[in-house]
Design a binder for this molecule. Structure first.
Ligand SMILES: Nc1ncnc2c1ncn2[C@@H]1O[C@H](COP(=O)(O)OP(=O)(O)OP(=O)(O)O)[C@@H](O)[C@H]1O
Ligand SMILES: Nc1nc2c(c(=O)[nH]1)N=C(CO)CN2
Length: 158
């Protein structure tokens, strides 16, 4: 079973219900086991700032499926949950990102692992460090805890 870290975000509707529903739908998949969850934090919108505040959290899951199969499962769950607006960095009922998949580095058109923005986003590093502080980012060779401290110290990560 592969250990995978996911980032979840929601800024439309009943945001905490959306996060809980996504966790339930992930855990219902026979190929996925949700093992750990971070706390839920409220965050200001990053990137496109004229949109509602987000709730963000991270999960550790174990899965038998490949990264691309996992992305497909995630897309089905996002679609089931009524995510219709596809504006880049825009508002969404649920957004599920694959942050880390074991120590894999992958660069495909449709999937980059580790997530390209992981080390720049406090709304990812803060919850992720609750459940994965000692996990090493395979590209930078630094732990999640170190990346979080570096981002806090000056924003010039790696
Ligand atoms: N690590 C990854 N996890 C999830 N999707 C990814 C990843 N890498 C690339 N993608 C691709 O990004 C596409 C767009 O995803 P999405 O709409 O969630 O982007 P976004 O949330 O606007 O921006 P971001 O991915 O920077 O948070 C997905 O359809 C997927 O193919
Ligand atoms: N705070 C916060 N800002 C965002 C988020 C998010 O999950 N949290 N997701 C985005 C699109 O991926 C764009 N901006």
């Amino acid at each position: 079973m592969a250990v995978v870290y996911l980032g979840l975000g929601s800024n439309i509707g009943k945001r905490s219900d959306n996060l809980e529903m996504a966790i339930q739908k992930l855990d219902e998949q026979p190929e996925v086991e949700v093992v750990k969850r971070s706390s839920i934090i409220e965050t200001l919108p990053y990137g496109k700032t004229d949109q509602p505040d987000f709730l963000n959290m991270c999960l550790m899951i174990k899965t038998r499926v490949s990264p691309l199969e996992l992305l497909e499962l995630i897309h089905i769950i996002e679609h089931d949950m009524g995510r219709v607006r596809e504006e880049v960095w825009g508002p969404r009922t649920i957004d599920i990102d694959i942050l880390l998949y074991e120590d894999l580095e992958l660069e495909l058109d449709e999937l980059t692992i580790p997530h390209v923005e992981l080390h720049k986003r406090d709304f990812v590093l803060n919850p992720l460090s609750e459940i994965a502080a000692d996990v090493v980012h395979p590209t930078f060779g630094k732990t999640i805890g170190t990346l979080k401290k570096e981002l806090e110290a000056g924003g010039h990560n790696v």
